[in-house]
Ligand binder design. Structure first.
Ligand code: RIB
Length: 330
């Protein structure tokens, strides 16, 4: 049976400068090259779900977002179409520019620094009627995952509408960029699958688990995973994944005796880490939607992101399902 994974979020035109080193305040530095790429966490996740699903059509990726009435918007929409994403809920906002990300990539490490300007993404505030028409046009069983992040103004409303009106849908959430006003027990108790990086997980703990002793070790992160998992919705998936950058990740759900650590794959030539987290997220959700176990989904997502960091560009760097299968030797 076909599953629909709906991604609600941002589409950005990425303006990327590759440089040996990033300037300090007041400093001007000669960079090495400049490229434009398709990006935005929402678009990257939608493309990742589409490309990282088998071509058999068992998973349909669907995007809810906004672009400006400009050439950037046309390119962003076309990128989704070319990747097989359903764009019938991507709106063009007249008189507004598309979202833009200014990105500096340090050539030696592939690490980035990103500044985003919302543009049309700032208009992504679906009304109750729009949510209703989008989610009620499908049968409940087709619609089991919604992927969200914080690059649009309405994340809290999306979470609340979905949990009230479609409680069996799994809400998969990456609270990035970090917005402390969205870290509340009420919002987090509606989340079914949380992907968060280590620093953000610690920030969350400081707000919601002030009595937790934060220990800077693998055991400390495992404890964090167990305690954060208890904050989530205790129906549906009940899963937390804490990403640890180049080290790997820790995952935990209530069925496991203890959190599990998965090491990153060794990559000698890291070119650009932009979008690696979105690739991981999309790969994880597409595999869970296909019925894979959490362990299998994390292994797949880890392999997918190891391929993504070897190519330039956020969306353009996302591999195909077959590339990941080949890497895994299946
Ligand atoms: O996660 C990477 C993305 O963050 C980039 O594509 C950029 O657009 C920003 O949204």
């Amino acid at each position: 049976m076909s599953k629909t994974v709906t991604i609600i979020g941002s589409l950005n035109y990425d303006l990327v400068t590759f440089t040996k080193k990033v300037p300090k305040a007041g400093e001007t530095i000669q960079a090495n090259s400049f490229e434009t790429h398709m990006g935005g966490k929402g678009l990257n996740e939608a493309v990742a779900v589409a490309r990282l699903s088998p071509p058999s059509g068992h998973v349909q990726s669907r995007m809810i977002g906004c672009v400006g009435a400009d050439d950037f918007g046309k390119s962003l929409r076309q990128c989704l179409v070319d990747s097989g994403v359903d764009v019938s809920n991507v709106k063009t906002i007249g008189g507004e520019s598309s979202g833009v990300a200014t990105i500096l990539v340090e050539e030696e490490s592939g690490e980035n620094r990103i500044l985003i300007t919302a543009g049309a993404n700032g208009h992504l505030k679906p009304s109750d009627e729009e949510y209703k028409s989008i989610f009620e046009s499908d049968k409940e069983d087709k619609n089991e995952y919604v992927v969200l992040q914080n690059e649009y103004p309405d994340t809290a409303k999306s979470i609340s509408w979905l949990k009230t009106n479609k409680p069996s849908i799994n809400i998969a959430y990456n609270p990035s960029p970090y917005r402390p006003e969205l870290v509340t027990r009420d919002i987090w108790s509606k989340i079914d699958l949380l992907i968060v990086n280590e620093g953000e997980a610690q920030d969350v703990a400081k707000l919601l688990l002030p009595d937790l002793d934060l220990v800077d070790s693998m055991e400390g992160v495992k404890t964090l995973a167990v305690e954060i998992q208890k904050l989530l919705n205790q129906n549906n998936l009940k899963t937390v994944v804490i990403t640890l950058g180049s080290k790997g990740c820790i995952y935990y759900d209530a069925q496991l005796d203890e959190p599990q650590f998965v090491k990153s794959r060794k990559v000698d030539n890291v070119v650009d880490t932009t979008g690696a987290g979105d690739t991981f997220f999309g790969g994880l959700v597409s595999n869970l939607a296909l019925g894979k176990t959490l362990a299998q989904a994390v292994e797949f997502a880890t392999a997918a992101s190891s391929l993504a960091i070897q190519k330039k560009g956020a969306a353009e760097g996302i591999p195909e399902h077959k590339d990941v299968i080949q890497l895994l030797g299946e």
